[in-house]
Design a protein around this ligand. Sequence first.
Ligand code: PLP
Length: 494
Amino acid sequence: MTQMATFCMTNMREEVMKLNKMTISNDTVNDLPCEVGIKGKQSYYLSNRGNAISSRHDIMATATLTSIRNKYDEHDNPYGIINIGISENKQCFDLLKERLIQKDMHHVEESHLQYADWRGHRFLREAFAKFLTYHCKASSPLKTENIVVLNGGGSLFCALSAVLCDPGDGLLIATPYYGAIITDISLYNNVRLFPAHTSSKIVKGTNRPFQLTVQTLEKGLRNAKLEGIKISALILMNPHNPLADIYSESEMTEFLEFAKRNELHVIVNEVYMLSVFDECETFHSVLSFDRIPDPQRTHVMWGLSKDFSASGLRVASVYSENQDVINALATLGFLHGLPGTIQYQVTQLLTDEDWINTVFLPTNRARLKEGHEYVTHILRELDIPFLNRHAALYLWADFRKFLKTCTFEEEIALWNRFIDNKVMIMCGKAFNCCEPGWFRIIFSETASKLELAMMRLKMVIKEVEQEIQAENGLCSCRQNVTGNLNSEESNGAD
Ligand SMILES: Cc1ncc(COP(=O)(O)O)c(C=O)c1O
């Protein structure tokens, strides 16, 4: 990756020439709704709900499809899109593959091919209990009976919202947030997210951009009440997506106390907990707390999609002290469960402590750190501010000075420009960010692709800069931005 840092202008010129020569496939995402919406013709063959599901789309789903349909491949599609917008860890395929083709993975028992406990086979839940007890530094051993394993984090959000909320209820969540949750919770259940908006401005009582506070949550709850929406639960993501913030133990405790005061369930999403890649950061799982304010209403998620580079395996667990919640989820496990053979393989993986602790985790962290260093190096070169965190697979960057006007239309226009130049990063609108101009960039990509992706991004930025200079004057959006650009946080300072 050190080669990455020596960003070469010759390569860049070549890349421009190649991109100019390529046959134009129109990847631009046109007519994009700002949020999930219904679009297109109604089918005679589908129910109203079927039509709603069929025509449903959100920015992330559209982006994923666009980049999958024209996916970059060094040999077969060199001018395809490099996707550094969707949160996947693509750096550790070699390690996973090597482990998953070992002999011990190829084992089938009768029970793997038969109906089983819908919470997941006991052997799988035991493996999760032991794994999470160790890696979450749980204050007491986690109980197998309190774990349910389903097919992915999205599926788990769907199942949890089904058992914790009634149709029409709301889940309180701070913005910006990982946008696909909207689909997860509303597709079958008709539950909605209710935003508690945070701001990039560092105001009284905060010390970092987009900082979540109890006051923000209280305001969100009040607004929901004013709109007549019943809030059943609060969603907390730690480490956060897309900010990559890690909440301290005391912050988390305050949020949990807020939820207890208001009799809200809390879905604590810790799916990035093992992707903390710098010793200067400490992550505290809620499961490590000596005292959880309302254990019967606190449900903790973790899965293999992010921390284990395995978003295609579709495995995620929830730990809850509440046996009613576990029983209800177990019923849904019939529809959301994992194949028996996969349960076996995942068990082999999670119980291989030696491989996890001496091979996988240290290598993964080192690679995440390298990817982060490379991308932040380019952003600094381009004078693009970003939140300098050391967790997760992405960073949150401030492109506001490249918007002609401070609008989401301009944000989408810039996003489309990146896509036209075959690099996909994810626009802030996909996270319901209330300020236009913020983008999430994934750095957990292999070195060569990351280098090319950043080269393409750099080309777009250089073009936009030239246009701005030609315009010979600053628009109000850019002027507004300057105040924040000087802030320590958004300059990417540690
Ligand atoms: C915070 C968070 N939760 C859940 C998910 C979904 O995970 P899965 O791929 O296991 O469905 C994601 C994926 O991006 C995520 O970022």
